[in-house]
Design a protein around this ligand. Structure first.
Ligand code: URA
Length: 513
């Protein structure tokens, strides 16, 4: 019997190295016993790990009862790793992080077949391969869940504020998931405690430590951040859109106990049918084929809604939360989050891409050159300011330095996606009758990432919730155009914008009546 000992359950490099040696030596999977080494003492948290040099796989072999010794940890010039088919190592890297102890044996069996004949990789119906692919999918999904469900809470330690979080992953994913947090929360000191390993970031490097029990992790009490987050979550929870099965799939119940918002979910779900009824009745008005028809068919809404004060408070809460949002790396480099501007109940919402340099410094949307072009157009269209809400799909300025200048950088789709919750909160609180999407980032945030924006320029589309969205060019695109073509382009842009005037006229007519 051969014993392979890995120091950590997620030591994929060590496992692959051992696997290569086993396969070359002709060891059969049923002759091998895989063992994951004992964890170092828990009070050594984030200190040097006992046992061996960090980063080096600790792999040992044991004499078999017959006295033969497998030199699995020796390396000689002839000890070259087998050359695996493309895709094998990626599969192994993910599947080896699975919690199932049989992962090693399944991989070893597949490796033996591949070593004998690489064409075995073409056999996608191989039972071991299928099982490993399933494990790899579950691991990747778990990493994704960890990225989505870790909730940091500020605590004070001797060096000042640190953010800590507790998470209970189902697989050995802490190492694999950690670089994401280092990128996203680069400017914070943070630590994530889990029973499968802990990781800390000191703004420069990641340090790993063995897992701890919940009781050994620092007390993570409900704090002000949680309370704010709960208020926000309650306010954006849309009972008419509740799909319990999908919700459980996306946010499996086992994560709930560590999510502050989960405390509100049972109550919100139980109230959902009652709260949804008026929304469903209202949405029947929204199914008409064009925005004008939709808007004309909607009953007048009193200007001062009975819950306007609550909505204003919700907006203010969201603004506070967005100001501390650190979901994108560039949030840390911006001067501030730039929130939308305009009254709750505004008929029309205009959504741009992201704040520019001026907006970043002043903390108001559309005050720089593109904003001035937009504001001049709104005046030309005689759109009443008190019926407009101006905001952006992304709340922080993303830029790069060129010399001493900060130059705008288009936000990546994942960054716009991370910011979508803030835009949705604005939409659900302001409750406009129509939206103008200024440019591709706004259009894709509002209507879906695959929207062929150019094809829809100047047209009204409907979101899944029925809200009409007019897609037009971004004012910065006009500023960037060659001066000879600028006047014509601007004229065409104004004509497109004008298609939203009906939203405001309908409002005015209803108010007069
Ligand atoms: N561009 C935008 O998209 N938004 C602003 O607020 C300013 C410029």
């Amino acid at each position: 019997m051969v014993r392979i000992q890995l120091d950590r359950p997620d030591d994929t490099a060590g496992a692959l190295q051992a696997l290569g040696q086993l396969v070359r030596a002709g060891a059969m999977p049923d002759e091998v016993h895989w063992q994951v080494g004992p964890l170092p003492a828990q009070n050594d948290l984030f200190g040097a790990q006992a046992g061996h040099e960090a980063g080096m796989p600790l792999i040992c072999s044991e004499p078999d009862p017959t006295g033969a010794h497998w030199p699995v940890n020796s390396s000689s010039p002839s000890d070259k790793a087998p050359s695996w088919p493309d895709g094998f190592e990626a599969l192994a890297d993910a599947a080896l992080l699975h919690d199932a102890p049989e992962r090693f044996t399944l991989l070893h069996r597949l490796a033996v077949r591949l070593h004998a004949d690489r064409r075995a990789w073409q056999d996608t119906l191989d039972a071991d391969r299928i099982a490993l692919e399933r494990m790899a999918r579950q691991v990747r999904r778990e990493i994704h869940k960890m990225h989505a469900f870790v909730r940091f809470k500020p605590v004070q330690d001797e060096e000042g504020e640190q953010h800590v979080a507790w998470f209970e992953p189902a697989h050995h994913i802490v190492h694999a998931a950690a670089p994401f947090f280092a990128r996203r929360f680069a400017s914070m000191r943070w630590a994530i405690f889990t029973p499968r390993g802990c990781v800390a970031w000191d703004r420069q490097s990641l340090r790993f430590a063995p897992g701890v029990t919940r009781a050994a992790a620092p007390a993570l009490a409900l704090d002000d951040g949680d309370a704010l987050w709960l208020t926000y979550y309650r306010s954006i929870f849309n009972p008419a859109r509740v799909k319990v099965a999908a919700m459980h799939r996306e946010m499996p119940v086992r994560y709930w106990k560590n999510l502050p918002e989960a405390a509100a979910i049972p109550m919100l779900l139980s109230q959902a049918p009652q709260r949804a009824a008026p929304m469903v009745a209202e949405s029947e008005h929204r199914m008409a084929p064009s925005a004008q028809a939709v808007l004309a068919s909607r009953p007048a809404r009193p200007r001062a809604q009975p819950n306007a004060a609550t909505a204003q408070a919700t907006l203010a809460t969201c603004q506070t939360l967005a100001a501390r949002c650190a979901q994108c790396a560039h949030a840390a480099h911006a001067t501030q989050a730039v929130w939308g501007e305009g009254p709750v109940g505004a008929r029309l919402m205009l959504v741009g891409e992201q704040p520019g340099e001026r907006e970043d410094l002043e903390g108001r949307p559309f005050v720089g050159p593109a904003g001035q072009l937009l504001r001049a157009a709104l005046d030309e269209l005689h759109w009443p300011h008190d019926q407009l809400y101006l905001t952006n799909a992304v709340k922080h300025f993303k830029y790069e330095w060129r010399g001493k200048r900060r130059i705008h950088k288009t936000p990546a789709q994942r960054e716009a996606l991370a910011c979508l919750e803030w835009l949705e909160a604005e939409i659900q609180t302001v409750r406009p009758q129509g939206i103008v999407a200024l440019g591709a980032t706004a259009a894709r945030s509002l209507l879906g990432p695959d929207l062929p924006v150019a094809e829809h320029e100047g047209r009204w589309l409907h979101r899944a919730d029925g809200l009409p969205v007019l897609v037009v060019r971004h004012p910065a695109a006009i500023l960037r155009t060659d001066p000879a073509a600028q006047a014509a382009l601007r004229q065409r842009w104004i004509e497109h914008l004008q298609r939203a005037t009906a939203v405001l006229q309908t409002a005015a007519a209803q108010e007069v009546a």
